[in-house]
Design a protein around this ligand. Structure first.
Ligand SMILES: Cc1cc2nc3c(=O)[nH]c(=O)nc-3n(C[C@H](O)[C@H](O)[C@H](O)COP(=O)(O)O)c2cc1C
Length: 181
């Protein structure tokens, strides 16, 4: 199964989160994971993917213009129904705790639903999620005064989302276990 992680990032916080998601997805046997900054992300690759995970920094509570411009190029895929039943999930970072993480994730989810994708969030039985996370995907606060790009909890939640998407995709697409690879 093929999983594509697409991210926008100027200061590399969201890039670090994207890479932790890709790492988590890659732990699942049979997963082939691709990851691109939105400037390099190829919309023509999307029809061959089984799952698409996209994310960005929150800009005033919504999708960054870089990722939104890219999403707005997916109209032909909508017209042809090419993304129907692809598994989808979202992620974002913001600078402040109440700076619009969940609003940004809900905005990231909306175009996936329009495309007919099957959304995967993150449940509360993941310890880091119960304490620090969100059910809409992974949204991490990256304070400007911090010296680290991404907190330990952020890395763990990213891996958890990637792994969950890969496991759900495997079940949804009836993929072989991967043991024979
Ligand atoms: C135009 C713009 C708008 C932003 N709006 C918000 C905001 O509303 N709330 C917030 O907490 N951070 C906001 N930020 C900060 C970024 O979301 C935050 O620093 C993010 O972690 C940057 O991710 P990156 O390092 O991947 O670029 C904004 C940044 C920019 C450039």
């Amino acid at each position: 199964m093929k999983i594509y992680v697409v991210y926008d990032s100027e200061g590399e916080h969201t890039k670090a989160l994207a890479h932790s998601i890709a790492e988590g997805a890659g732990k699942v046997k049979g997963a082939e994971v691709f990851i691109d900054h939105v400037d390099q992300a190829d919309i023509y690759k999307l029809p061959e993917m089984d799952a698409i995970i996209w994310g960005c920094p929150g800009h005033f509570g919504t999708i960054s213009s870089g990722l939104k411009s890219w999403i707005d190029r997916l109209g032909y895929l909508w017209a042809e129904g090419k993304l129907i039943n692809k598994v989808g999930a979202v992620f974002c970072t913001t600078a402040t705790t109440h700076g619009g993480l969940e609003a940004t994730m809900l905005n990231l989810i909306t175009p996936m639903l329009h495309q007919g994708m099957i959304l995967v969030g993150l449940p509360g039985n993941i310890p880091e999620n119960a304490l620090y996370g969100s059910y809409y995907g992974v949204g991490i606060t990256c304070p400007v005064e911090s010296t680290e790009l991404l907190s330990r909890e952020g890395i763990e939640l990213g891996k958890a989302l990637g792994e969950r998407v890969a496991n759900v995709t495997k079940a949804f697409t009836n993929q072989p276990s991967g043991d024979e690879n």
